[in-house]
Design a protein around this ligand. Structure first.
Ligand code: PPS
Length: 287
């Protein structure tokens, strides 16, 4: 596919045309009506979206596996800004669980005046970059990432899908103390899922039984999610995602960047990171 067909540019952000259109983005921004009991999963791509799309429905079902075993993740917690957003979300009964990769400034206009909740999942940007690089090699509807070095340059300049990681986090992080926003890190999910579940339960007003917690911890383990056809994208035709090359649920670890970055690339990334995050009170991922 020619480059201009692969992406559209919306408000300065590159977005794959396979799942986004000017119309779907305008709908999300201008006409989508946010309800007070909506819950958004907000992520920069490759930061733990699919994981949270498994966790939240299980919290809402108090550990009943039916939703995650019978409904594909993109229908279970649909993406607001994608072409399917309107049809999947508009008439859905409350409480709606909604996914978005949008920056704060591009959220629906009605979001600001609502009490809707946001679970923001962030991940070490070097690991998100590595995950995205492999994803670009896997998904034929994304542009060619070039070499790893070229992809680092594009990522640091924000010339990748959904734009700059720095702009994304800097748009949401200043809202961290709002009652309706909870920040979770991918690394916390890996390290201590139980504690995160308790935090999420409290934030969402859902008291989870001990049995439910045990079930959710087991079901959301990488090895189990990799087997779950409703979450591992195995329904997507090989022409769009050739999972014989690499799996969508690829490694599921923290620190894989160390297997990819040279010393010079790490130093360069860290120096751009410190410049971009100067004056931002964000305690993670400094090196
Ligand atoms: S997307 O395309 O934006 O929706 O991708 P996203 O789901 O945000 O990120 C994909 C990465 O998350 C990893 N993942 C997990 N890691 C650990 N445990 C669980 N359960 C899990 N589920 C998803 C997935 O493997 C991708 O990371 P990498 O580093 O590529 O493995």
């Amino acid at each position: 596919m020619a480059e201009e067909q692969v992406n559209i540019v919306f408000e300065g952000l590159l977005l794959p045309t396979h799942v986004h259109s000017e119309e779907s983005l305008r709908y999300a921004r201008e006409r989508f009506h946010v309800r007070d009991d909506d819950v958004f999963i907000v992520t920069y791509p490759k930061s733990g979206t699919t994981w949270m799309q498994e966790i939240l429905p299980l919290i809402y079902s108090n550990g009943d596996l039916t939703p995650v075993q019978t409904i594909p993740n993109w229908q279970r917690v649909p993406w607001l800004e994608q072409k399917t957003g309107k049809s999947l979300l508009e008439d859905r009964p409350s409480p709606r669980l909604i996914t978005t990769h949008l920056t704060y400034h591009l959220m629906p206009k009605s979001f600001n005046t609502s009490k809707a909740k946001v679970v923001y999942v962030t991940r070490n940007p070097k690991d998100a970059l590595v995950s995205s690089f492999h994803y670009h090699n896997l998904a034929t509807f994304l542009d060619n990432p070039g070499t790893f070095e070229e992809f680092i340059q594009k990522f640091l300049a924000g010339n990748v899908m959904f734009g700059s990681w720095f702009d994304h986090i800097k748009s949401w992080w200043p809202r961290k103390d709002q009652d309706n926003i909870l920040f979770i890190t991918y690394e916390d999910l890996l390290q201590d899922m139980r504690s995160v579940l308790l935090k999420l339960g409290e934030f969402l007003g859902k008291q989870l039984s001990d049995d439910a917690i045990e079930t959710i911890v087991a079901q959301t383990k990488f090895s189990n999610m990799r087997q779950n056809k409703m979450s591992n994208y195995s329904f997507v035709p090989k022409e769009l995602m050739d999972q014989e090359k690499t799996n969508f649920l690829r490694k599921g670890i923290s620190g894989d960047w160390k297997n990819h970055f040279t010393t010079a690339q790490t130093e360069h990334f860290n120096s751009v990171y410190s410049q971009e995050m100067k004056g931002v009170d964000f305690p993670f991922y400094k090196d």
